[in-house]
Design a protein around this ligand. Structure first.
Ligand code: NAP
Length: 511
């Protein structure tokens, strides 16, 4: 039915008819032209709701990535001369066009990621909030005037765009990730070659389709290259080694981030690394338990647990853990509606793939084998498709007060990236801070207390780039987003997000 009205590009029926089916394209965007791979190669994109193929998308070769970088460089030579006001006007025009197409963008996100449609709208709006914010930042990219030591010198600085930015994004929030990176780089005066994750290329393509409609950007200001897991190493190598790329901005796992950062180091390219986390969520004995449960549900279960800032290890003071579990179970049972991801009432969707399901199942089985008790969830809801893993609560440390000293369960050392909340009892503030800070990840952390001294003390003591002190949702366009340690470097969003794509040039003037 609907498939035939939609450019014949969607390979399955969906209960949504696109207002503008021309947003559906399966080609790369290079130098202002939509291009299939010269080799004719394509790769499949699946609908996670039923596991069926939804699209076949062009598989870009390394040579085509080089062409995209060349096009980005050519465009940069022109675009870098645009005034800040002109850049701002163009970015506003793109933002308006994206906003006018939010229904179709949300639908693409739901189709290729399996996100419930209401959540897809949230991520489109989250992405739009960055475009709105970056517009304002463009004209606030100030330099400094510095008092010179020499009487006949004057020193000032200007912020200049860096050049071609290669941007690599993951699948878990495809529209927001693309808008957050591309919006900031373009605001700074850079041009971009974007490589989206192979699971969600259509979101990036649609965003580029809308970019193309803005009159005034030089051709090649935004390029999109596409590749599956087999071709991404060659794409990554070109991005890391091509001298015209001046900045690699990557969001994804720590393993891949370390590799790409190492490759970029060979030619001293600037990098921004938004990597994996393993967020601790701490509930102190003086916390408002209902507030903490609400925060945990928001932090842990939104997007089915597939965000980098999701709580991963939930530490609850031993004196309140029993009560906390009861409130959590009761609240969680009422919180979620399951069903078709196209139904606006549904607020919990499938994991993105079998790979996601396997990892979650492995973490749950491992925890149970090491003594955890399954308090809810713990198995696929087959009647709702192959990848629907429900909210799962595990309670650990019930067998003996010293169980937290045992060989660590997998979730203690690895991101689960799924809807599993493992509860771990603790006794003292010192002990829990040591557990929270033990590992090399340092993206986000959360804690709940009603004690104002502890609020400051713990916020300062947590080794993460972001802290939620009595909040479970911490991402906003005006807030610096990023991690420390092996969770990465650089900040996205906020004034730092745009500054990251500029070089500070100092100019010394002789009188
Ligand atoms: P991933 O395996 O690292 O992949 C991320 C992206 O990198 C994908 O587009 C992937 O494409 C690409 N990629 C992998 N190897 C590459 C290479 N050698 N050269 C070029 N591109 C390459 O991560 P993921 O599993 O998709 O995403 C989940 C991870 O991202 C989690 O660890 C999560 O915490 C993290 N994340 C972090 C943030 C943040 O802001 N800190 C936000 C969201 C997600 P292929 O699949 O084709 O290889």
């Amino acid at each position: 039915m609907a498939a035939l009205q939609q450019n014949n590009i969607i390979l399955k029926s969906i209960p949504y008819t696109f207002k503008d089916a021309s947003l559906l394209d399966t080609r790369a965007f290079i130098g202002g032209k939509w291009t299939a791979a010269a080799s004719g190669a394509t790769f499949p994109v699946y609908d996670p709701e039923d596991g069926k193929v939804a699209f076949h998308v062009a598989n870009t070769s390394r040579d085509e990535v080089r062409q995209a970088i060349d096009a980005g460089h050519k465009a940069f030579l022109e675009y870098k001369r645009f005034t800040h006001r002109r850049r701002r006007t163009l970015l506003r025009a793109w933002t308006d066009i994206v906003r006018a197409n939010r229904d179709d963008l949300a639908a693409i996100c739901t189709l290729e990621l399996g996100k419930p449609i209401t959540e897809s709208y949230t991520t489109v709006d989250y992405g739009l909030s960055f475009l709105d914010w970056f517009q304002g930042e463009i004209e606030r990219l100030y330099g400094d005037t510095i008092p010179a030591a020499k009487a006949d010198n004057r020193i000032f600085t200007v912020r200049e765009p860096q050049g071609v930015v290669a941007a690599i994004t993951p699948w878990n929030s495809p529209i927001a990730m693309a808008l957050r990176k591309v919006g900031a780089a373009i605001a700074a005066g850079c041009t971009v070659v974007l490589k989206p994750a192979p699971e969600t290329p259509m979101c990036a393509i649609a965003v580029a389709k809308l970019f193309e409609r803005v009159e005034g950007y030089p051709a090649g200001t935004l390029n999109v290259v596409l590749g599956d897991a087999a071709s991404s190493p060659a794409i990554g190598e070109e991005m890391c080694h091509n001298p015209l790329v001046r900045h690699l901005s990557f969001t994804g796992s720590t393993t891949v981030g370390k590799y790409l950062n190492g490759e970029c180091g060979k030619s001293l390219k600037k990098t921004s690394m938004e990597l994996g986390g393993n967020a601790p969520f701490i509930v102190f004995e003086d916390a408002d338990l209902q507030k903490a449960v609400d925060g945990l549900i928001a932090s842990k279960f939104r997007s089915s647990g597939q965000t980098c800032v999701c709580a991963n290890r939930v530490f609850v003071h031993r004196s309140v853990i029993k009560q906390f579990v009861e409130i959590l179970q009761a609240t969680q049972e009422k919180a979620f509606v399951y069903g078709s991801v196209w139904d606006p009432k549904v607020n919990f969707g499938p994991l993105y793939s079998q790979r996601g399901v396997d990892k979650v199942a492995k973490h749950v089985e491992d925890a149970i084998s090491k003594g955890a008790r399954l308090a809810s969830g713990g198995a696929i809801k087959k009647e709702l498709g192959p990848y629907l893993y429900p909210p799962t609560i595990l309670v650990t440390g019930e067998k003996s007060p010293s169980k937290t000293d045992e060989a660590p369960m997998l979730f203690m050392t690895e991101e689960t990236f799924g809807p599993v909340a493992p509860l771990i009892p603790f006794e003292t503030e010192e002990e829990v801070l040591s557990l929270a800070n033990t590992f090399q990840s340092g993206l986000a952390s959360y804690f709940y207390t009603e004690n104002i001294s502890r609020l400051w003390r713990v916020a300062e003591a947590l080794d993460t780039g972001m802290v939620g002190a009595r909040v479970g949702l911490i991402s906003a366009c005006e807030q610096p987003f990023g991690g420390i340690k092996e969770s990465g470097m650089g900040r996205e969003g906020s004034k730092f997000g745009v500054e990251d794509y500029t070089n500070v040039k100092s100019i010394t003037l002789g009188l």
